[in-house]
Design a protein around this ligand. Structure first.
Ligand code: GLN
Length: 203
């Protein structure tokens, strides 16, 4: 059984650990480069991307994270984690860097300050027919994607209908919402399957 790390600098780490274990994965909180080296894959949790970035830099994790992702480690980011995996961001704070990996432009806090959080059903391709009840909290959206990026889901209600909120590029995936906060772990199952197939290919 592959071991999936959860970047544990900041954010809703425990919720992801619980969801991954429900999806049959082993987990390890990752705070140091040695822990990052051990894991087969990584989840970047929701939280605050500016804080996550500063801590990743302070803990000397930014370059090791970039190197492992370039080398093909599967990774999944939710919300702030989506921002961390974006090659380009809008409305970041001054100097804000990401890890990158997914050829997309993500806008922070895109759904508007007046709407701090909302819920919407989203159909996610490859994850069953039932709509996914998605929880958005000061969420980003994906403003543009490159050719290699598959759109997995779009917001379906209100003035923001059509906005891209779930993507995949090879072994990397990201959602603007928080599947770790609901009891529906289809996104974590999907990622755990992706990780299993990726580790089998390498054995
Ligand atoms: N607004 C946060 C950020 O910019 C993300 C919010 C979240 O992860 N729930 O990082």
């Amino acid at each position: 059984v592959p071991e999936i790390g959860v970047l544990a600098l900041q954010g809703d780490v425990r919720e992801h650990v619980r969801a991954l274990e429900a999806a049959g994965a082993r987990t390890l909180p990752v705070r140091r480069p040695e822990e990052l080296e051990r894991v087969d894959a990584l989840v970047l949790p929701g939280g605050e991307s500016t804080t996550m970035w500063k801590l990743a830099r302070a803990f000397d994790l930014l370059d090791p994270l970039r190197k492992r992702i370039e080398a093909g480690m599967p990774a999944y980011g939710s919300c702030a984690g989506m921002i961390m995996l974006a090659d380009r961001i809008r409305d970041g704070i001054e100097g804000q860097e990401t890890i990158g990996g997914i050829d997309m432009t993500v806008r922070r806090n895109a759904f508007g300050r007046q709407v701090d959080s909302f819920e919407s059903d989203v159909r996610l391709s490859g994850m069953g027919d039932a709509p996914y009840h998605a929880v958005f909290i000061r969420a980003p959206w994906v403003e543009a994607v490159g050719d290699g990026v598959e759109v997995l889901g779009r917001a379906e209600t209100g003035s923001n209908a059509g906005r891209i909120v779930a993507v995949r590029q090879g072994r990397l995936m990201a959602t603007a919402f928080h599947p770790e906060l609901t009891g529906d772990f289809r996104v974590h199952h999907y990622f755990a399957d992706l990780v299993r197939r990726a580790t089998e290919q390498e054995d």
